[in-house]
Write a protein that binds this ligand. Sequence first.
Ligand SMILES: Nc1ncnc2c1ncn2[C@@H]1O[C@H](COP(=O)(O)OP(=O)(O)OP(=O)(O)O)[C@@H](O)[C@H]1O
Length: 431
Amino acid sequence: MPQSAFTLESLLETHDLPLVIVDAELNVVAVNRAWETGFGASRQSRVGKPCCPDNRDCRHRKMFRTLESYAGVYPDYSDPDAASSLNVRGFPLLDADATLYLGEVQTPLHKCPSADSAAMMVGKSALFNEFRTRLCQAAETQAAVMLLGETGTGKELAAEFVHRNSKQAHGEFVIVDCTILGEDLFESELFGHEKGAFTGATAAKKGLFELADNGTLFFDEIGDLPLSQQPKLLRALESGQFRRVGGTAMQKAKVRVVCATHRNLAEMVKNGQFREDLFYRLSVFPVEAPPLRQRKQDLPILIDHFLGQLAAGGAGYSLTQPALVRLIQYDWPGNIRELRNCLQLAAGLCKERQIQDSDIHFMQRPAGNGETGSVAGWQRETPPLAGLAQYEAEFIGSLMKKYQGNRKLIAAEMNISERTLYRKLNRLHLS
Ligand SMILES: Nc1ncnc2c1ncn2[C@@H]1O[C@H](COP(=O)(O)OP(=O)(O)OP(=O)(O)O)[C@@H](O)[C@H]1O
């Protein structure tokens, strides 16, 4: 593996979602631990292998051609029966040597909760206990639960906790990532489709509602659900019925709904960005996940928990007093996710498994929701990477020369629409 990819690999571990890195030769060069755990496979089984069984015209090749981020649902080739699907979010990634890679976050659409996830909710402060009690109350009702709170406060973990403590615990816990459910994917992913419903629908497929029948459907980042799709969701929730895309028969599913958002949904309703009727339908039982800075009493137990995970049965890590003081004095804008990432980095940097205060580094706050990213950020969104714009500008510049500025031909070679090319040219000040 080239040195540059190795640098990326060490950064991979600060990402808590399964992440795969592909190089320009379309081979997988790294996967992270979350990928190994999520897919129950070793990194040796994936690294060094082609990104897809047939990569002549795959999404990865397209990304290297266009430098466009993408999101969608694709077959899971690591599943021998290829029966399951993956939510993927791919983005261009430059490492420290300005070598271009592709980072792809892969989350199984149909994810089984881990056996000990309830036990993994660590904390003992009064605020944490209140939070936990409220989750237990929520689990006992059949009401729709709305988990509110800043990024990294443990909303997804809390959703799983509600499921595992509810009457639906024997059913599936199905996660719907609303950040990737664009208008084109919403209906077919949620309600399924019949064979031939659209190009590429070579077989009938169950939707997430059907998969979650008698279980829990968890809408993560519900605030990102496109306004145009919200009435369809409301209708399905009110009636418990829906039609697969291209189908005529009514399907039924009994699902418990849990949602999460770090946005101010009430404000979005006021601004006309979220439907009021859906807001009330989903917010019957609101639960607020407290930010870490308000429950710093939990820091020692959380630190023990994460350092224990990092030791993974091997020799444990210790933390010097000044290092602990630094952790306690910090405000943790990225909450528990940021704490976990910070400890992971410190454990990698420290000598003889003793973490000093000089091993503690806090992440920069991301500047915005860029299309491109580094894998080290504490947020779900990845911050923009300096350098990529230049790479992109040079790449388009070479095509402009080749096609003497003919935008139709440039767009065709990049496999993007002329409109997208036009936007890119404006963004890069090349127009
Ligand atoms: N109480 C806790 N005990 C142990 N680990 C926790 C706890 N809360 C959160 N975590 C860990 O912190 C990380 C972030 O948690 P999670 O993804 O549930 O946050 P979130 O609020 O859903 O974030 P986002 O809004 O960005 O999706 C995860 O790795 C999770 O396992």
